[in-house]
Design a protein around this ligand. Structure first.
Ligand code: AMP
Ligand code: GLY
Length: 443
């Protein structure tokens, strides 16, 4: 089957590799030439996925039958609506359904209107005086969120990025004046304390297939210090759970997603594709931080390569709106993903420096390598200012998967790279366990 993929990151490299393994003929649209995707694709088109008209014309010309979209921006701009209008099936949500990610106001409002589990207290503002009045009477800490998309960099939390109410007001002013996230509107919501985790599900809008859980690491530096990034790496366990949570929390999280999808249907926005729930396990149970209308990056690299079922068939059934007859399973393996990023990433990256990658040696270690944002010139790989590539170790035991990822990283060399070695290490897992105990008041 001819399949259109949109996006040029490591997440999309993972999607393309899995689709190609299941005999798809890949037609890839990407903003940068991802060497991994370029190699696997029948043909590729260097273009932003948000250039919808151009992408749809190219897809029609190539005769693609099915499309799978990686990043949120084209989904928010209605790429699925435009493709479906031309008779191309899509395993991703349309514009209205994608609002679950692209508008934090819509998402929180949906949770409130349908009284969904996992919701938090929130208010939406477009006027700074109203914010000042609200804050004058608000006790406790808050998270400040522009309503629109900010690439994971727009949220500021009191006690972490913002010291006090004055700083909250200053940041709100900035969001309103500069329309950060595309709109002069801001969501203020209660600050949650807990451990974050990701649950991704496949859905046709009615039925869901939940995947193993993953924990991402957003902070730039080891020990979860430094600024938030697009994600520095992540891990998952063979049993689908995480060290700090059990089956009952998993089931509760699945229920939250199920009820949310039901609410989307009742709201006239049936959702199909992968729905990503960013949760926080608090002392009052799982709460929703946000939803994403797509695979997570890096979370896709943890679980998609472990899919034992046919990914092309699954995407096809999602697009056709019925996954009920499918028997979908994942290999029972743990995984540890570590991103290699250019020095200064998230602060002041330079890019343009050589990285030497021995892909064969990485694979011999039992790991996989997924390219993200690099330039390839004369067969050599160079950094850009974004994340360069991800290395993922897979094994039955988490400790072994971590060791595999480290051995594989030895085969990636360069003067301009950095990474977080602590992700998935026993000490780091221990810290998360202790944090969870403290939150539950157990020590
Ligand atoms: P988001 O872009 O919504 O994923 O937010 C980015 C990060 O901000 C999350 O991964 C959390 O670490 C943090 N965050 C978002 N909302 C809250 C909240 N209500 N309470 C505490 N932290 C939050
Ligand atoms: N891992 C965070 C994201 O994909 O948005």
């Amino acid at each position: 089957m001819k399949v259109l993929t949109v996006g040029g990151g490591a997440r999309e490299h993972t999607m393309v590799r899995t689709l190609a393994k299941n005999e798809a003929e890949i037609y890839a649209v990407m903003g940068n030439k991802n060497p991994g995707i370029a190699r696997l694709a029948e043909e590729y088109f260097i273009e932003s996925g948000s250039e919808i008209k151009k992408v749809v014309e190219w897809a029609e010309e190539k005769g693609v039958e099915l499309a799978v979209v990686g990043p949120e921006a084209p989904l928010g701009k209605g790429i699925v609506d435009a493709l479906e209008e031309k008779g191309i099936k899509c395993a991703s949500p349309d514009k209205n359904a994608a609002e679950i990610e692209t508008s934090k106001e819509f998402m929180r409002d949906l949770q409130a209107r349908y009284d969904l589990p996992g919701r938090v207290e929130f208010e939406v503002f477009d006027d700074i005086e109203e914010i000042e009045d609200f804050l004058a009477h608000y006790e406790g800490e808050l998270a400040v969120k522009p309503v629109g998309l900010t690439g994971g960099k727009g949220v500021k939390v009191m006690g972490e990025h913002l010291e006090n109410k004055r700083e909250v007001i200053e940041y709100c002013e900035k969001v309103l004046e500069e329309s950060i996230g595309g709109k002069p509107k801001v969501v203020l919501e209660e600050r949650l304390i807990g451990e974050e985790y990701t649950l991704q599900v496949f859905t046709d809008g009615k039925n869901i297939i939940p995947m193993p859980l993953v924990q991402d690491h957003k902070r730039l530096f080891e020990g979860d210090e430094g600024p938030n990034t697009g994600g520095m790496g992540s891990y998952s366990q063979a049993d689908g759970l995480l060290p700090f949570l059990d089956q009952s929390i998993y089931d509760e999280s699945v229920e939250i997603i199920k009820e949310t999808l039901e609410a989307m249907r009742k709201d006239g926005r049936p959702y199909k594709g992968v729905l990503y729930g960013q949760f926080m396990l608090t002392k009052n149970g799982p709460k929703i931080i946000e939803f994403n209308c797509r695979w997570g990056d890096p979370e896709a690299m943890n679980v998609l390569p472990l899919l034992e079922s046919d990914y092309v068939e699954l995407c096809d059934k999602i697009a056709e709106g019925d996954i009920s007859g499918l028997d979908v399973s994942f290999e029972k393996k743990s995984s540890v993903c570590k991103y290699v990023v250019p020095k200064g990433y998230g602060i002041d990256p330079q890019g343009g420096n050589k990285v030497v990658v021995n892909e064969e040696a990485v694979e011999e270690e039992g790991a996989q390598l997924y390219y993200a944002s690099v330039d390839e010139k004369d067969g050599e790989i160079y950094t850009t200012t974004s994340r360069s590539l991800a290395v993922v170790g897979y094994s039955e035991r988490l400790e072994e998967a971590e060791a595999v990822s480290e051995r594989a990283l030895d085969h990636v060399k360069g003067d301009d790279i950095q990474m977080r070695h602590d992700i998935g290490k026993p000490e780091s897992i221990q810290r998360k366990l202790e944090n969870m105990k403290k939150i539950r008041g157990e020590n």
